[in-house]
Design a protein around this ligand. Sequence first.
Ligand SMILES: [Zn+2]
Length: 305
Amino acid sequence: MRARGWEVVARVRAGETLVFDGGYGTMLFAAGLLNGACPELWNDTHPDVVAGIHRAYFAAGSDIVETNTFGGSRLKLDEYRLGDRTRELNARGARLARGVAPEGGFVAGSIGPTSRLPLDYALDAGVTDEEYVTTFREQAEALAEGGVDLFAVETMMFPQEATAAVRACKAVVDLPVMATMFFQYEELHDRDRTMWGESPADVAKSLLAAGADVVGMNCGRGPDRAIVIIREMRQATDAPLIAYPNAGLPITEGDTVRYELDPPAMAREYPALLDAGCSIVGACCGSNPEHIRLIADVVRSRRRT
Ligand SMILES: [Zn+2]
């Protein structure tokens, strides 16, 4: 029998829309995480806080939540001298989400960028494709050991890092991989591109060629750009698409950062995002369970019609 995570792919391929979750950073900071501290360490030191965020998203209507392991690759954890705890922190993160998942809820293992530049871009010690695959394999193995249903390779900036992460997941275990990249809006050209100039159609094609089952965008700007990006990806592929944009642009006020879109303003954009061809929707930086509750309302009202 195939792992239960494949149900996610089967359901969206059959036309269903599923709800992903929202941001973690803001909520961890609100709970006392200090700037410059390692968020993944909280899977060990503050398990109740992390589990509480997962629980809040499931309660808000998320079908899928992601683990608190965004920066959980050894290359990233090394920045905090925590590389030796890679396996443990990822497995813990997976178990925390698994432990509060209701029946029918899915857990996606979050895999974010290493923050280390690929060989072709770095001025000094760049990372080779093999090194990327090695670090992501280790993380994916630990997440699978902790019981994730699928993977969320996300917020990727470099094509070769993104495709290495997808290939690493696929080499480790037979679970679905969702892969999303970070796009910036180039106002001058009125277009969305990755940091290195790839178009949404290029990204969709290269992530699918690497083996991803669901592709799309996350973070970046708000749902207004997500709609355009998803529309362009839809023209390039029939594969299931996912979008979890930020709650608009960040606005800095003194020491604090807030985001443009409150939950109602954000949710108002989601009918158009679904019309663009998106099968899985959530939110990223600046969002909280209230954003997801209203987004889930939009999705549910569509299910009824
Ligand atoms: Zn984000």
